[in-house]
Write a protein that binds this ligand. Structure first.
Ligand code: C5P
Length: 236
C-alpha cells in the first residue's frame, strides 16, 4: 500500500499548525510533529490531531542510555502515534530497548508505533563526521552501517535520502522503511536542502515514505500543493 506523503508540521505553536490544517478539512493526513511543536504543545495537541483522524509521525529523535529510552518509549506508546524515532548512534542495545518500551507500552488493541532510526544527520558533512566523530570512513559507509545496526536491532526502518534507499534495501530488505525528506517538485525552491529529489524519483529509488515540509506548508494554496505531491508520489 502506498503511504500518504507525510507533511512536516514545522510550526512554532498549535495555533499556526491548526490554521494550516484548516486547508485540509476533509482530508485525513499523515503529519510529522517535531520537537518544537511537541515541546510547546505536548500530548493534548497529539490527541487533537488524532481526533481529527490524522496519522502522526512524532519526530523526537531519542538518544540516551537504553533504560531511559525504554521508559520514554513506554510513555510515548500510550499516545497512539503511528511512528517514532531514535538516533542509531545510541547503539544496538538502546534501539532494542526502545522497541521493547514501545511493545510494552502500547495499550491492548492498539497498533505499536513504527520505530525508525536516524543514521547520520544530513547536516553532518563527511569531513565533520571524520573530524568530530573520529570515523575514518566515507559518510555513506556510516549510514549503511547504522541502517544495518537498526535492522539487526529489530527496528522498522530509517530516515534517509532517497539517493540512499536502494543501497539500504540491499543491506537490509525491501520492507525495511525508508522515510525520505528533502523532497521538492520540479521548479520548487530548494531552501536549505542540498540533495533534493522529486516525489516520483523518490518512489523509483525505493523510498517507502516521503516527508514534505515547505513545498506544502509555504505554498500559496497548501491543498493544491499537497495534491500535486500526492499525485506524483502515487503514480507508478
Ligand atoms: O521543508 P522541508 O520539506 O525541507 O522539510 C523537511 C522536514 O524533514 C523538516 O521537518 C526537517 O527537519 C526534516 N528532516 C530533513 N532531513 C533529515 C531529517 C529530517 O529535512 N535528514
Amino acid at each position: 500500500m502506498v503511504q500518504k506523503p507525510i507533511i512536516a508540521l514545522d510550526f512554532p505553536d498549535r495555533e499556526s499548525a491548526e490554521q494550516f490544517l484548516y486547508h485540509f478539512k476533509d482530508e485525513q493526513l499523515f503529519v510529522k510533529v517535531g520537537m518544537e511543536l511537541f515541546y510547546r504543545e505536548g500530548s493534548s495537541f497529539i490527541n487533537w490531531l488524532k481526533s481529527q483522524g490524522h496519522h502522526i509521525f512524532l519526530d523526537l529523535k531519542l538518544h540516551d542510555i537504553p533504560n531511559t529510552v525504554y521508559s520514554a518509549m513506554k510513555v510515548l506508546a500510550i499516545l497512539g502515534v503511528d511512528m517514532v524515532n531514535v538516533h542509531s548512534a545510541g547503539g544496538y542495545k538502546m534501539m532494542e530497548y526502545a522497541l521493547k518500551g514501545l511493545k510494552e507500552g502500547t495499550p491492548e488493541g492498539m497498533k505499536r508505533p513504527k520505530l525508525i532510526a536516524v543514521t547520520q544527520l544530513t547536516s553532518t558533512s563527511e569531513e565533520q563526521m571524520q573530524r568530530e566523530q573520529l570515523i575514518d570512513r566515507e559518510l555513506k559507509d556510516s549510514v549503511l552501517h547504522y541502517a544495518k545496526l537498526a535492522f539487526a536491532a529489530g527496528l522498522d526502518g530509517v530516515v534517509c535520502s532517497a539517493l540512499e534507499a536502494g543501497e539500504i534495501s540491499e543491506v537490509t530488505n525491501q520492507e525495511f522503511l525508508k522515510v525520505t525528506p528533502g523532497i521538492r517538485m520540479v521548479g520548487d525552491n530548494s531552501h536549505d536542502q542540498t540533495r533534493i529529489v522529486t516525489p516520483s524519483d523518490a518512489r523509483k529509488l525505493g523510498s517507502s515514505h516521503i516527508v514534505v515540509g515547505r513545498s506544502i506548508t509555504q505554498a500559496d494554496e497548501p491543498l493544491q500543493g499537497y495534491e500535486r505531491v500526492k499525485l506524483e508520489w502515487e503514480l507508478r
